[in-house]
Design a protein around this ligand. Structure first.
Ligand SMILES: O=C[C@H](O)[C@H](O)COP(=O)(O)O
Ligand SMILES: C=C(OP(=O)(O)O)C(=O)O
Ligand SMILES: [Mn+2]
Length: 439
């Protein structure tokens, strides 16, 4: 698989529409499609104060080595096909936002250990393989509800864009941060490889076998780098070397927008967040658009409906998508639909609301006879106090003690483990139902 060849003398893909044939022609075709995709409206993008520097950074990044290999990504695609087919579960999780300051080896190891620990709970209880996908090695860009924060400053948009520090200078988007984020992601992937392979028994236990990496494909100036021509699928596509799995967020999934068009071009498995306003008709439109060749596991639909809505909103979506014949992975994000501000002013989530949304998600799939494929969580191994509840978890008044997140509140290791037991019970029941044959 080759790096996508950009037309000579320019940093931008050519706007051309030639038929596929020789290698250069396929590259030109894909580069043209990419240019068309990126030309569409793109919400949540920073305005770089120095566009020339942003272009220079883009050119540097396009020459950088990929973070993940195409072979690994292809393996994840096969494993997600098994999830879509009901033979495995998906566990995806990590920080809401990685940050340069928190990117220590201890932090990353703790997060990996937490993910692995949760996977162990699930595997032991269900005896079904668990595919582990970390929100890591590229999760540095954030969509925001408001462009301006409470103090009137430009919002923090992730360390890849600006700094969380509350000054106007720090909040000014800086394209060089994309280089730092890329270097940090390379470093994180190297750590994961070290733990997984040559790291010795202790390290191997910490990593727990293969861990894939994922992030939200949000910042298009970053995402258009590290693209390789992939001729292995039903049509020529682009394999992103920036992560194994990329997802499109709730705030950037407009159907006529750049993010959906970009995801359509990728051969990586992709995810799509679906909030409570999604209609079944919209869901099917996304599925047809993003999985045009009906490849099992190509698309993961990550519902984040909120615990009060999931039982009402999800069933018609699952029914309509199932009737369309596409085999998607159904995943539940119980975090983003259950966020609220505590009485003392902290953005938080209650453990019980998450457990309830997950329970609702499994109940919906049980009633419809479909496979509740997995969960998507914001979680850390650090001893933080960001989400309330769980046995022994903090109350609202205790949130200030160790509230460290760069963006959204994460479950700490104890809360995560307790939630893993809830998921494991529900998953075990679902496995039993399936073994019992059609109901
Ligand atoms: O995950 C992150 C999103 O950026 C977040 O949920 C939006 O947060 P905001 O409402 O604080 O902007
Ligand atoms: C921004 C996120 O989620 P959503 O797009 O579902 O709001 C996220 O996963 O951090
Ligand atoms: Mn988040």
């Amino acid at each position: 698989m080759r790096q996508l060849q950009w037309p000579a003398d320019t940093d931008q893909p050519a706007d051309t529409d030639q038929p596929a044939g020789a290698a250069e022609t396929v590259d030109a075709l894909l580069a043209g499609r990419l240019a068309q995709a990126l030309d569409r409206p793109a919400p949540q993008q920073p305005v770089w104060p120095d566009p020339d520097r942003a272009r220079e950074v883009g050119a540097l990044l396009r020459r950088a080595a990929p973070i993940v290999t195409a072979a690994e990504t292809a393996r994840l695609r096969r494993e997600l096909a098994a999830v879509a087919g009901g033979q495995a579960f998906l566990l995806q999780g990590g920080d809401c936002a990685e940050s340069f300051a928190e990117n220590t080896e201890a932090h990353r190891r703790a997060n990996l250990r937490t993910l692995t620990g949760m996977a162990d709970v699930l595997t032991r209880r269900t005896a079904v393989p668990v595919v582990k996908v970390a929100r890591m090695a590229g999760q540095y860009a954030k969509p925001r509800s408001r462009a301006v924060d409470a103090q009137g400053l430009p919002a923090y948009r992730g360390d890849m864009v600006n700094s969380a520090e509350p000054t106007r200078a720090a909040r000014t988007p800086d394209p060089d941060r994309m280089l730092r984020a890329h270097a940090a992601a390379v470093d994180t992937m190297a750590l994961i490889r070290r733990l997984g392979r040559g790291g010795g028994p202790e390290a191997r236990a910490a990593a727990g076998g293969d861990i894939y990496v994922s992030h939200e494909a949000l910042l298009l100036d970053y995402e258009q780098c590290s693209l390789r021509t992939d001729l292995g699928g039903p049509e020529p596509r682009l394999s992103s070397g920036l992560g194994h799995f990329l997802w499109i967020g709730e705030r950037t999934r407009r159907l006529d927008g750049a993010h959906i068009a970009f995801a359509r071009l990728l051969s990586n498995p992709i995810g799509l967040k679906l909030g409570p306003d999604t209609t079944p008709e919209e869901a099917v439109t996304y599925v047809r658009r993003l999985d045009p060749h009906a490849e099992p596991g190509r698309l993961t639909l990550i519902s984040r409906m909120g615990h009060t809505r999931v039982r009402e909103v999800l069933p018609p979506i699952v029914e309509k998508v199932t009737a369309s014949g596409h085999q998607v992975v159904w995943s539940c994000d119980p975090m983003h639909g259950n966020t609220y501000t505590s009485a003392n002013g902290y953005k938080t989530r209650h453990w019980s609301a998450m457990a309830d949304e997950i329970t609702g998600f499994f109940d919906v799939h049980r009633a419809l006879g479909t496979h509740p494929g997995g969960v998507h969580l914001e979680v850390t191994g650090d001893h933080v106090t960001e989400c309330v509840g769980g046995t022994g978890g903090p109350a609202e008044a205790e949130l200030p003690a160790r509230y460290r997140t760069a963006c959204d509140p994460r479950l700490n290791a104890e809360q995560a483990r307790e939630l893993a037991h809830v998921v494991a019970e529900l998953a075990a029941r679902s496995v039993r139902d399936r073994k019992g044959g059609p109901r």
